[in-house]
Design a protein around this ligand. Structure first.
Ligand SMILES: C[S@@+](CC[C@H](N)C(=O)[O-])C[C@H]1O[C@@H](n2cnc3c(N)ncnc32)[C@H](O)[C@@H]1O
Length: 348
């Protein structure tokens, strides 16, 4: 009987898995097309056929687990709802012109190019943040880059970025014991344009969620993307100096933040996360895997900061996130991996 139930679940997850795989083909096709148009040869050491096969194996594992999580009710099927095909297609010409701009900028190694009258380039922002991360137009400080960001990330990761982001929810629910009906307060650090925030909202419909980021244009896009309700707040805040009282939240989490910040700031962010966390609360930080997690993917990890402007990535992959978290005195540390991402769960 148990075997029958398991088979039914596997059967249910097949269409979800197939959908994710087709979506992945679309984004990889677009990415390869851009590379062809601009004739860009990849920099750094070249991965072997065997490296790519290992990576593909992990893509399949990621989509299998993601579909299984939907069938198991960890998050609803709506997480897979595609954006309007019209919006997707209409963005393509801008993506092409932006790729041309970014290629020129990359050739000139310009990583701190801001327009003089950029209203988002505020004095209060930390110096390490005033860069054109990934050679994005005006870094995280322009509305144009906020509009293109999610599509660019999905192209770069062949349509796997959202599934990797959802590892955070799997980790919080499995390790923290939270459910869809939990009436909790969640703080999301560095929410960007709200991609992971959407999934948090769907997985925790009764939670009060506060979304924070340093970038005002990215927060603006997040606000526009999420259906407004009384249980959502958006606030510009530095994750290293949070404007909240001690012990205010049940969960403090982030997605793809730690590789973007210097090593000492990583410590500060974890200390601040701990300070605003209630006793017994949970921390979940999701980011790229590090060298010790999957040494077999070292070639991909080492190439990433060479290809894209990622000033803190090389240092990030060498210093286990778990060590920062242990140093801050958190407990029950559990790490889970999915493709090129890891989620480190811990409690206060
Ligand atoms: C790679 S993006 C990830 C955004 C989003 N979480 C996602 O999954 O797409 C990194 C984000 O970190 C934000 N950020 C960087 N340093 C920050 C800091 N010290 N405090 C708050 N946000 C920060 C950036 O503005 C950007 O939105």
């Amino acid at each position: 009987m148990l075997e029958l139930i398991m088979d039914q679940k596997d059967l249910l997850s097949i269409p979800l898995y197939t959908y994710s795989l087709s979506r992945s083909f679309l984004y990889s096709f677009e990415f390869k097309l851009l590379q062809k148009i601009f004739g860009e040869a990849p920099a750094g050491e070249q991965p072997t056929q065997e490296d790519f096969e290992k990576l593909q194996g992990q893509v399949i594992e990621l989509f299998k687990q993601d579909s299984r999580n939907i069938v198991d009710g960890i998050y609803p099927m709506q997480v897979l709802l595609p954006e309007s095909p019209f919006n997707h297609i209409m963005r393509l010409p801008t993506l092409i012109t932006d790729a041309l701009r970014s290629q020129k900028q990359k050739k000139r190694r310009e990583s701190k190019k801001f327009e003089k009258d950029n209203k988002y380039l505020e004095d209060k922002l930390p110096e390490y943040f005033k860069r054109n991360f990934h050679f994005q137009n005006q870094g995280y400080l322009s509305e144009e880059s906020a509009v293109l960001y999610d599509h660019q990330v999905e192209m770069l990761f062949s349509g796997t970025a959202n599934a990797m982001r959802r590892l955070l929810i799997q980790s919080l629910k499995k390790n923290g014991g939270y459910t869809s009906s939990s009436r909790i307060r969640i703080l999301e650090l560095a929410c960007g344009t709200g991609s992971s925030s959407r999934f948090l909202r769907m997985a925790f419909p009764n939670a009060h969620i506060t979304m924070t980021d340093l970038s005002r244009p990215y927060l603006k896009t997040a606000r526009e993307r999420l259906k407004q309700d009384d249980n959502l707040d958006f606030l510009q805040a530095d994750a290293a100096e949070l404007p909240f009282k001690d012990e205010s939240f049940d969960i403090v989490c982030s997605v793809f933040l730690f590789h973007e910040i210097p090593q000492d700031i990583r410590d500060k962010v974890i200390q601040e996360s701990k300070r605003v966390l209630k006793i017994g609360g949970s921390m979940g930080h999701l980011d790229s895997i590090q060298l010790h997690d999957r040494p077999e993917f070292a070639v991909f990890l080492n190439n990433f900061p060479i290809e894209y402007h990622e000033p803190f990535f090389k240092n990030y992959i060498q210093h286990p996130l778990e060590e920062h978290i242990t140093k801050a005195g958190l407990q029950n540390i559990k790490t889970e991996l999915a493709l090129l991402s890891k989620c480190v769960f811990s409690t206060k």
